[in-house]
Design a binder for this molecule. Structure first.
Ligand code: FES
Length: 354
């Protein structure tokens, strides 16, 4: 069976894998086709039509993100004037359908719609903007929702329903009144949302943003440092969003092998402990009922001395060790090794054992 076909894209004769989309072929060829509703982690939707391209013989432009290549000899054009005009029209209509005031938007500088306006050289939208007038949703501490900025790309809906399988949001109402809703159109805070923040991660505009991180710093001031979440042993890859040495936000790392950008509520939103004033920064030793700060050498010497005394007096089984899912595998291995080989007991357990 021949799984490839010969096609032409922007004048280049290339081989395409049968069934791959035009967008996939273009990206393999280094040809940029803009997208909005498309996201590599999500099922295809073909909703926004920003990725329109011309296929010779087709009556209309086609959405490249969903159009499969099947036929030998297809001729595809991704940057004709007709294509660019169609993309501009789509973006101008999106601009007109909401309140896209970048000055007041948390996502300014990190907005795919804003980027497209620039890329398509839209100087002045042809259509007057009409804000839908949705109330701002401040109902929960984690996610801030401004549906006036929503472009109905459905990425949040697919992420919620098909990646996280939480099934909290969907399209509601009809026609010009269409909006993203929770069950019975309740606020996020009043819904059965578990606040994994997948919708925030996937939103291409400023409709869904992290509440705590609002006004914490502009995207261009943020330095992203990839690291591993410490909340459990899954080992999700996160990006610490850092400004002036302080973590102002955590986002899922889309290249993370374990999680591919998805996170749970703790991993995404539970980072205030990092700079919390109550956080222990040195070991403490209790003397006469009061804690005093100590050096690590002092604390480790004291611990070794006390464990030795207990073992000598009561035997090794008088000592037990508890380890943690927040440690690495290597640290947990060392802990059990220490208890078995150094202390001499099998009294070792782990908080995630059950
Ligand atoms: Fe292809 Fe939206 S990106 S239709």
């Amino acid at each position: 069976m021949n799984d490839t076909v010969n096609v032409t894209i922007d004048g280049r004769a290339v081989k395409a894998v049968k069934g791959e989309t035009i967008l996939e072929l273009a990206s393999r060829q280094g040809i940029r086709i803009p997208t909005l509703c498309y996201h590599p982690r999500l099922p295809l939707a073909g909703a926004c039509r920003v990725c329109a391209v011309e296929v010779e013989g087709a009556r209309t432009l086609v959405a490249s993100c969903v159009f499969p290549i099947e036929q030998e000899g297809m001729v595809i054009k991704t940057d004709t004037e007709r294509v660019l005009q169609a993309r501009r029209l789509v973006v101008e209509l999106l601009l007109a359908s909401g309140d896209h005031n970048c000055l007041l938007c948390e996502s300014n500088g990190h907005c795919e719609l804003q980027d497209l306006v620039y890329e398509l050289k839209i100087e002045r939208p042809r259509f007057p903007a009409a804000s839908p007038g949705h109330a701002l949703d401040h109902s929960n501490p984690m996610i801030y929702r401004d549906l006036n900025k929503c472009i109905l790309c459905g990425r949040c809906v697919r992420g919620c329903n098909e990646v996280q399988v939480n099934q909290v949001i969907d399209f509601g109402y009809r026609g010009g009144r269409t909006k993203i809703v929770t069950a019975e159109d309740r606020s996020y805070g009043d819904s059965n949302c578990v606040f994994c923040g997948e919708c925030v991660q996937l939103c291409p505009v400023g409709a869904l943003v992290e509440n705590k991180a609002r006004f914490a710093g502009r995207p261009w001031a943020i330095k992203k440092v990839p690291t591993t979440c410490t909340y459990c042993g899954t080992g999700c890859t996160i990006d610490l969003n850092i400004i002036d040495g302080r973590v102002v936000k955590i986002t899922g790392n889309e290249g993370g092998v374990t999680n591919q950008g998805s996170l749970c509520v703790k991993g995404r939103f539970g980072y205030e402990f990092i700079h919390h004033k109550d956080r222990l920064t040195t070991p403490l030793i209790k003397e006469d009922g009061r804690f005093r700060e100590a050096t690590w050498d002092e604390a480790l010497d004291l611990t070794a001395q006390r464990l030795g005394q207990i073992k000598e007096k009561h035997g090794p089984d008088a000592i037990g060790g508890l380890s943690s899912a927040r440690c690495t595998n290597e640290e947990n291995y060392l802990m059990q090794k220490f208890m078995r080989a150094v202390v001499g007991t099998n009294n070792i357990d782990h908080c995630a054992r059950l």
